[in-house]
Design a protein around this ligand. Structure first.
Ligand code: PA5
Length: 430
């Protein structure tokens, strides 16, 4: 069983004839996606292209990390860490070193907290940066490098793995000079589309998860959603893009990714980055946000139900979370929960999901349910690929380039100017 789009709570917001009108536009989007034009589209065929050699190399490095480290420091920002974070939150049964993410902020308190957690524990490091020069991870790496050299001396190099561009960048150069372990991010795969490269695979494998199952799920998704060139409206990845486009053109401006399982919270953050950087340009795109239910039903829930009618919602639903917890039978009904005795928490949680979706829909919020079969690596691989593909199609439907992120540069130019970085004067980068 694969992903299912449940559209019952779109009724009244998206009609069949509106969807039918997308046939030609979806075909044009597919044509663009499949046409080489110098844009980084390599992620599209990555699942089927990834060979045994790379998977074995990642597993070997992961094994060394697992044998030698109590803590794996994963240094990266944006697409260089959110995929791994999503997977580590999502997948049950981690049995490797504790994975700590850093380099995604410059908070002195966070950085010193992470460094002090390393005291007395064996450390390995995976520094991840495609450009090799992003300031936040570069600063974190410098702090960690100082610690590693102080702690391990010449042995430090054996504990550092670097994931970066195959040919250029400062990190690549440092890696060659210092003899650290090295993995490459393919040139034609951009940061936020890189979770299925060593960017995501190494931390995921080091934590003890099955990257082969993850890739198998992604391969299934590539075959299901990317390869067929007919009936694009029956292809859930293309159909989901059309639905979002219709809702956006009808005045919705916020896409709220909701989930009823905390294990999906990292996935929501990954989705926010994927959609935010890919589709938020030229004054277009739904603003991606996330909500964690039931928690947020008692905060954002009020706004979702009755605030500005600018929201649409995508709910990640899991048919089976593999957890058999039931409401205990107590023999008394003081808490008034006797009517739930013996029922599974999974069932109750899904009923809450359906009840909430219905309420939001009645309140003017269209809800798309994306139902995944299980909580496992294969399903996650399929989810990653499904959303990458659908997001790229969304970008083309909006008429923007989903593979660049020019807006991210503005803050960097200002920051470099204020920090006095050589080469930066005024707001102009030299
Ligand atoms: O999706 C993207 O391209 C970005 O989010 C990058 O991943 C992020 O800016 C980090 O860049 P880098 O890997 O070059 O340090």
């Amino acid at each position: 069983m694969s992903l299912i789009l449940d559209e019952q709570f779109l009724s009244g917001f998206v009609t069949q004839s509106e969807l039918d009108a997308y046939t030609g536009r979806l075909a044009a989007a597919r044509e663009r996606l499949h046409t080489p034009d110098g844009q980084p589209k390599g992620w599209r065929t990555l699942p089927c292209d990834t060979g045994e050699e790379l998977l074995s190399a990642v597993e070997t490095a992961a094994r060394t990390i697992r044998e030698e480290a109590d803590i794996l420091l994963v240094i990266g920002i944006g697409g260089s860490y959110l995929g791994a974070k999503a997977a580590l939150d999502f997948l049950p049964g981690a049995n490797g070193p504790e994975v700590l993410f850093l380099g995604n902020d410059m908070s002195p308190s966070h950085l010193s907290e992470v460094l002090s957690r390393c005291e007395g524990r064996e450390i390995a490091v995976n520094v991840i940066s495609k450009s090799g020069s992003t300031t936040e991870p570069a600063i974190a790496f410098r702090l960690v490098l100082e610690l590693m050299q102080r702690r391990y001396g010449s042995e430090a190099a054996r504990r550092i793995w670097c994931t970066t561009d195959p040919a250029s960048g400062i990190l690549r150069q440092m890696c060659e000079e210092e003899g650290w372990g090295r993995f490459e991010i393919p040139r034609d795969v951009g940061g936020r589309f890189s979770v299925l490269t060593p960017v995501g695979l190494l931390p995921i494998a080091a934590a003890g998860h099955d990257i082969r199952a993850l890739m198998e799920g992604a391969r299934t998704a590539q075959r299901l959603y990317d390869e067929p060139d007919h009936d694009l409206l029956l292809n859930p990845a293309y159909r989901y893009a059309a639905i979002q486009d219709i809702l956006s053109r009808k005045g919705k401006s916020v896409e709220l990714f909701g989930a009823y399982e905390p294990f999906a919270s990292g996935l929501s953050l990954w989705l926010i980055q994927l959609y935010g950087e890919s589709c938020g340009k030229d004054g277009k795109g739904l603003f991606p946000a996330s909500a964690q239910f039931s928690t947020d039903l008692h905060s954002l829930g009020q706004y979702i139900q009755e605030g500005q009618r600018i929201l649409c919602e995508t709910v990640l639903d899991f048919a089976d979370t593999g957890c058999g917890l039931t409401v205990p039978v107590l023999g008394s009904d003081h808490d008034g929960l006797g009517y739930l005795e013996g029922r599974s928490l999974g069932e109750i949680n899904r009923i809450a999901l359906m009840a909430t979706a219905e309420a939001h829909w009645n309140g003017g919020v269209p809800v798309t349910l994306v139902t995944a079969p299980r909580r496992d690596a294969q399903t996650l691989g399929e989810l990653f690929y499904f959303f990458e593909l659908s997001c790229a199609v969304s970008g083309y439907l909006l008429g923007i380039n989903p593979f660049d992120q020019p807006g991210v540069e503005q803050y960097k130019r200002n920051m470099f100017r204020l920090l006095g970085k050589p080469g930066y004067t005024g707001t102009e980068a030299k």
